[in-house]
Design a binder for this molecule. Sequence first.
Ligand code: ARG
Length: 662
Amino acid sequence: MSFCVYVLQEREIRSLSAEIESLKNPQSLSPSPRLDELRDENTKLKYRLNILKRVTSKKEKRKEESTTHCGKSMMNINLRLQEIFGEAIRASCPELDNPPLSVAPNQQAKFGDYQCNSAMAMAQVRLPTKGMKINPREIAEKIIQNLPDNELIQKAEIAGPGFINIHLKRTIVSKLLSNLLINGVQPPPLASRKKVVVDFSSPNIAKEMHVGHLRSTIIGESMSRLFEFLGYDVVRLNHVGDWGTQFGMLIAHLQDKFPDYRTSSPPIGDLQAFYKESKKRFDEEEDFKKRAYQCVVRLQSKEPDFIKGWNLICDVSRREFQKVYDCLDIQIVERGESFYQDMMTKVVKEFEEKGLVELDEGRKIVFAPGQSIPLTVVKSDGGYTYDTSDLAALHHRLFTEKADIIIYVTDSGQATHFQVVFAAAQMIGWYNPQVTRVEHAGFGVVLGEDKKKFKTRSGDTVRLMDLLEEGLKRSMDKLKEKERDKVLTPEELTKAQRSVAFGCIKYADLSHNRINDYVFSFDKMLDDRGNTAAYLLYAFTRIRSIARLANIDEATLRKAAETSEVLLDHEKEWKLGKCILRFPEILQKILDDLLLHTLCDYLYELATTFTEFYDSCYCVEKDRQTGEVVKINMWRMLLCEATAAIMAKCFDILGINPVGRM
Ligand code: ARG
C-alpha cells in the first residue's frame, strides 16, 4: 500500500514539475492581469513540490532500510526477491506499465529454492496486448541479464518454457539464521505504526454463547495476536448485543421475580431459563407484553432503575462469557451496541441531512450503491436496529478511534449485512477503501460429525462451557492412555491437560480455511498424528528436549549462535534452514488475506521438515554402549533452536500455550 502512495506522489511530482517549468517560461505567459495570480500559484506549487520531494526521498530511504538492512527484523526473502526481480523486469520491458511479478518458493528443491514465472505471464498476456510477440525464454534471459547486484541470489537459470529458477546463496541463508538466533524472532519491519480494530466474539446478552461465537473468539484472538506481533496498535472489541427490545421483557420479568433487585443482587443462576420464562410470558400474557414495551422505552430514556436492572442482567451474562474467555486466554474489551446509543441519533441525522434516507411504510431506510437490500436505520416504532448500531460503530472506529484497519469476525451469514453497511459508509464519504481497510472476515458454520449443524444429542445448542469441559476430560483420558500421569507431577499433568484440550480446540478451528464449514470432532483434534495441535505440541516438546538431554544450557547455545556458523551442507539442513526463514512471508500473506490456516499449514510443514532433518542428521552423537554423549554437532543444535523459536512464535500467534513437559 505504501508503495502505491509513493508511485502516486512520483506522478504528482512530475506533473507539478511540468507545470512549474511552464510557469518559469515567460514566453508562455502573455502579460495579463492573471500574472500575479499565476506567480502566487507558482510559489505555492514550488512549496508543495518540495514537501513531496522530501516525503518521497524519506520513503525511498525507508524502503532501502526495510529490505537490505533489516536491522534486527527478519528478512522477508520472497519480498526481497520480488524487489530484485521487479527491478530486472522493469529494466527488461520498460514498455509495460505494470509488469506481472510472480516469485514463489519452489516446491521441488532440485529445481532451485524460489521460482519467478513472470516471463511467461508477460509473453502470454501483457506483451501481445501491446502488439508485441516475444518468446518467454527470451524475456527470461533479458530479466536475468538485468538482475541488479544483490545479497541473495547465487544463480538464476531458465527452465522449460521460461521459468526462472532461483538459487539462494548459502552464506546469506546461514547469516539470516544466525541473526534469528541472536535477535530472537522479530517481526518484519513496519513502515508506520497503524491502528487496527478487531471486532470479534461479540455474543448476545441473556443468550447462550454458541459455537459460532467460539469460532469468532478463536479467530479474532489469533488475528489480534498476529497484528500485535507485527507491531500494530490493536483494539480488540467485543460488540456484544446488549441493547435490543428483548431487554424490555427481561426487565419486566426481573421486576416480578426479584422485586428487591434494586437493593440486592438477584441469584439468576441460569439466564437462559430466565430468558425462556420471560419470552413465554411475553407471548402469552397481554399485560406483560404491554409492560415489557414500556420497559424498553424507560430503559432507552435511561431511567436509573431500568439501567440498574439492565446492568444486572448484563453482569450475569458477562460472568458466563468470562468463564469461556478465561479458559481460552482471550483478551477483549467490551464495547457493546448500547455504547453507540447516542451516536445512532447523530448518524441517522447525517444520513437524513445528506438526503440519503427513504421512507418505507414508516421505516427509514438507506439504499447503498450496488446493493439491492437497504439498511433499516429507524424502525417504524422509532427504535434503532443492528444496522444503525453498526453504522454508528463504524463511524466511531473511523473518526474517534482513527483506525486504519477495521475487521469484523462473524459467520459468513452476516456478509451481506456488512457489505451494505460498508457501502453506505463509503457513499456518505466516511472512508475511502484505498486508504482505510474495512473488512468482514467471515467464516463457515460448525458441523457435528454427522455433517449436520452442531447440536447436542437431544437437539439443543451445545453450551460452550460444556464443550470446553468435555475437551478437558478427553484430553486427560488421552494423557492417561499414554501413561503420562505416571511420569508427570499432578501440576504438570493439569497444565498439559489444559494446553492440549484448549490448544486442540483452537487449532482445529484455525487450521481449516475459515471460509469453509468445519466438522467439530474431538477424536480428530486430539489425535497425535497429522496436522493437529496434539502432534505439534509433542513435536515441540521433543525439539526443546534435545538440548536439555545433551546438557546444553541456554547460555552455551547463545554463545554458539554468536560464534559458530550454521552449516547447511546436508540437503536436509538446507531444506530446514530455508523453511525456517519463510516465516515472514507466511505472515505477510496472512496479513493480506486474513486466512490463518496458512500459519497452521506452515507450522505443520516446519515440524515435518524438522523430523526429516532430525532423522538423517545427528545432532548429538552418543556411545552405543554407554549412552554417553561423545559429540555435539553445535550447528545442528542451532537449527533445532531456530526451529523451536519459530514454532513457539507460531503457537503464540495461534493462542496455543505449549508446556515444558507433557
Ligand atoms: N452479536 C452479533 C451476533 O451474535 C455479532 C456482532 C458482530 N459485530 C458487529 N459489529 N456487528 O451475531
